[in-house]
Design a protein around this ligand. Structure first.
Ligand code: FEO
Length: 399
């Protein structure tokens, strides 16, 4: 059951957070049993009341009710669209019906996307230029930065100078519905950081170089946030320096050589058998190993596997041969790893066949071309692995 809550972050700055535990698959792709939040913000400026983004459409009524508890909707002067993806713009058409005259600020492309998606006319749309300043009154401003492709091409970020608040869009966002609203009282950072990396990998992993450019650009522009207010997950305040360093490391492609991820498919158990042996061998070598499998009883969460693989030093892919091809689910995993997580990780390919070998030949070019380093291959009939698994582990860890 989703709910919307409002929290005062500063005297005149509110968070309206919708907590979505109903969406099973974010973007209809990524498994999120942990849920997700949609964060909208409201600034009650001396001169203007400014709403920053909305929420996903199914939660419109709960959201508007929560928003109405802070301000009369008709008192909203400006709505900022940091990017037009429907998880943040879905409530906009209903809101527009209720607020009357309102200016909408956003990237020029956002106007086209929103009008075509929702069949509305944004007659008072104000395209945001780099460095544009929205006067909030009382000598306070919201300063805009063009930050394309983090995550959509029409993305802008804004910085509330007087408070030091960066409205960062999807960047620094995370899956899950933390019980706290800010990072000041989080019980389990390890789990939260995994959800944040999973969000980055699945939603914006393809654009990590753009995110790095954005972080550089904001730094060069002298933006030093005291608070980061993303569109999903926690508002960051207490550990902002740690999160900035961590995020920069992720989008720079830094790899954690203390971690390995094993992902396998197994129709009748041969590859599963080998995958678990390899996982145990890697643990014996002192690595932290996460293992994800597809077999005839269960399927791993692909989103979690991709999130873990994003910065893991080593990846093992167990891929049976299926009708002279690679096992289809593992082909999909490999394609998504390429799209979202390739950063030079060393990879072991592990396969088993009945009729004849094929899987490695099919997958290796794909993985090599997108930037993985194939460090070891094991491909046997049935379970005739012998010493090959130990030799392959040595090769995998040799760099
Ligand atoms: Fe959270 Fe790109 O939308």
């Amino acid at each position: 059951m989703a709910r919307a809550r409002t929290v005062k972050l500063y005297d005149n700055l509110y968070l309206i957070r919708v907590e979505d535990d109903e969406t099973g698959f974010f973007e209809a792709l990524w498994e999120i049993p942990e849920g997700v939040t949609y964060n909208s913000y409201l600034i009650l400026g001396q001169k203007r009341t400014v709403l920053l983004d909305t929420v996903k459409k199914p939660f419109t009524l709960d959201y508007l009710e929560a928003l109405s508890s802070i301000t009369e909707l008709r008192d909203i002067d400006v709505i900022v669209v940091h990017h037009s993806e429907p998880d943040h713009s879905g409530a906009l058409p209903e809101l527009l019906k209720r607020v009357g005259n309102v200016e909408v600020y956003g990237h020029p492309m956002a106007k086209t996307i929103i009008e075509s998606h929702y069949g509305v006319k944004l007659n008072s749309f104000k395209p945001v230029r780099e460095g544009a300043r929205l006067d909030l009154g009382g000598d306070e401003y919201l300063v805009f930065y063009q930050t394309p492709w983090v995550h959509w091409p029409d993305t802008v970020m804004s910085f509330y100078e007087a408070r030091g608040v960066l409205f960062s869009g999807d960047v620094f966002g995370s899956y899950s519905i933390p019980s706290s609203v800010t990072d000041e009282h989080v019980e389990d950072f390890t789990t939260y950081i995994r959800f944040m990396r999973k969000y980055l990998a699945t939603v914006a992993g393809r654009y990590r170089s753009w995110i790095l450019k954005t972080l550089d650009k904001l730094e060069n522009a002298g933006v030093k946030p005291k608070t980061i207010a993303p569109l999903h997950g926690l508002v960051l305040r207490r550990y902002i320096g740690d999160f900035l360093r961590l995020y920069r490391s992720w989008v720079s492609g830094d790899l954690d050589k203390s971690r390995a991820v094993v992902i396998y498919g197994s129709m009748y158990g041969a590859v599963e058998y080998a995958a678990h042996i390899v996982a145990d061998m890697l643990r014996e070598k002192g690595l932290h190993v996460a293992i994800y499998g597809f077999n005839d009883k269960s399927r791993a969460l692909i989103a979690d596997a991709i999130g873990d693989a994003f910065d893991a030093g080593y990846i093992v892919l167990g891929v049976p041969t299926y009708e002279a091809e690679a096992f289809p689910l593992m082909t999909y995993v490999a394609e998504q790893l390429c799209a979202k997580a390739a950063a030079g990780q060393r990879v072991m390919l592990l396969s088993s066949y009945g009729w004849g070998p094929a899987a490695i030949k099919k997958l290796e070019p794909l993985l090599t071309n997108c930037g993985f380093k194939i460090a070891a291959r094991v491909e046997v009939r049935g379970v005739e692995y012998g010493d090959k698994l130990r030799e392959a582990v040595e090769k995998l860890l040799a760099g």
